[in-house]
Write a protein that binds this ligand. Structure first.
Ligand SMILES: Cc1ncc(COP(=O)(O)O)c(C=O)c1O
Length: 371
């Protein structure tokens, strides 16, 4: 790493604070030899419920697993259709397909880049059973409208809060609007682990019981000899749970830092005339990443690279244009396709220095023709 390099996310900086405490815990865990279904897991599940203001939570192996298990717990399958977005990480579609359901992609709004709720009705068929709402980039979707719509047409709501931990809409945390919600603890997430991890949250005892079964070989009890349902293994190990117990305590504080940083970025974008993503009125974003929309993305990325600045694309190929989804609906996804060509995420994380932010925007200013 060169001295002046600006990382997209610097996990060394973000996780530095936990190192000494975690290394102490590692020794205890190693000597304790529990490893799976440990006290650290139950403490983490309790902390999640308290912080996210939900009744139940279950820690699993990844955000992808959480989504797969959530759909399974709702009893969906057999070609049931789930309305969702194509501009997101591919896991959401995989979770739908792996449950023998069909993802039906709905376009996003130009201003917020979230599911365009006004288009939901057009995609509705007799087979539609659920809406999977991904609050992307930390930004909440219009949940009052979506909840009313789901109620009217008797649809389940699965919320993907992988990128929006503690984002809120009308003073309610996302993840609490639907039937079940899933999050990821992928290292760069607002609460990132030191490996893979995920969690399911909900307010239904029945659903969390089903999810717990699925995630533990089809039984709730470690010692069960008779397995009642077909399940698999998606348990979070003790090493991740112990780390997350330390980090989750700082989630609110870190989100606050992200919000303050986003205000600085917003101001700079507005001054330079850079197209940015807006947060809906009455919503509070978790600011997972900071994307902008530019005219000549590849050239701007090249300029960043020349200046030792990392940038990333979220997401370059929409799901409906991925080879794995060559047979899905491709119609009416104009904004999704436009955005995928022009979106670019800037380096952004708690701990990034003012000096570094100045340098990022100086490069943009110097290359104004590209935005
Ligand atoms: C929106 C979204 N959903 C689902 C996932 C999948 O989570 P995981 O990587 O933990 O499987 C991710 C990310 O990594 C994500 O960003």
């Amino acid at each position: 790493m060169t001295k002046n390099k600006i990382d997209f996310v610097d996990l060394g900086v973000i996780n530095k604070k936990y190192k000494a405490k975690y290394f102490n815990l590692l020794k205890k865990i190693y000597d304790g030899s529990t490893f799976i279904k440990s006290k650290y897991n139950s403490i983490l599940e309790k902390q999640i419920c308290k912080i996210f203001k939900c009744k139940y939570s279950l820690c699993v192996n990844s955000g992808t697993d959480a989504l797969i298990i959530a759909i399974k717990s709702l009893g969906l399958g057999n070609g049931d259709e789930i309305l969702t977005t194509s501009n997101t990480w591919i896991s959401s579609a995989y979770a739908i397909s792996l449950n023998n359901c069909k993802p039906v992609f709905v376009d996003i709004s130009e201003k917020y880049l979230q599911i365009d709720e006004s288009l939901l009705k057009k995609k509705l068929t007799k087979k539609t059973k659920a809406i999977m709402v991904t609050h992307l980039y930390g930004n909440p979707s219009k949940m009052d409208y979506i909840c009313n719509f789901a109620k009217k047409y008797k649809l389940f709501i699965i919320e993907d809060i992988a990128q929006s931990q503690l984002a809120s809409y009308k003073n309610k945390f996302v993840g609490n609007f639907g039937d079940i919600a899933c999050m990821s603890f992928y290292p760069s997430k607002n609460i990132g682990a030191v490996g893979d991890g995920g969690a399911i949250i909900c307010n239904s005892k029945k659903l969390i019981h089903k999810a717990t079964n699925f995630a533990n070989y089809g039984s709730t009890n470690f010692k069960d000899k008779d397995h009642k349902i077909v399940g698999f293994n998606s348990r979070m190990d003790e090493f991740q749970a112990a780390f997350l117990n330390l980090k989750i305590k700082d989630l609110k504080k870190n989100n606050h830092i992200r919000k303050k940083l986003a205000k600085i970025y917003d101001k700079k974008c507005d001054t330079l005339g850079i197209r940015r993503i807006h947060v809906m009125p009455q919503a509070d974003s978790a600011y997972y990443v900071y994307p902008i929309i530019v005219k000549k993305r590849n050239l701007l990325m090249r300029e960043f690279k020349k200046n030792d600045i990392s940038s990333q694309i979220h997401y370059e190929i929409p799901i409906h244009l991925q080879t794995a989804y060559k047979n899905t609906n491709k119609k009416d996804l104009k904004i999704t396709e436009q955005v995928s060509k022009n979106i670019l995420s800037l380096p952004f994380y708690p701990g990034i220095k003012k000096k570094q932010i100045e340098r990022i925007f100086k490069v943009i200013q110097k290359n104004k023709v590209l935005i």
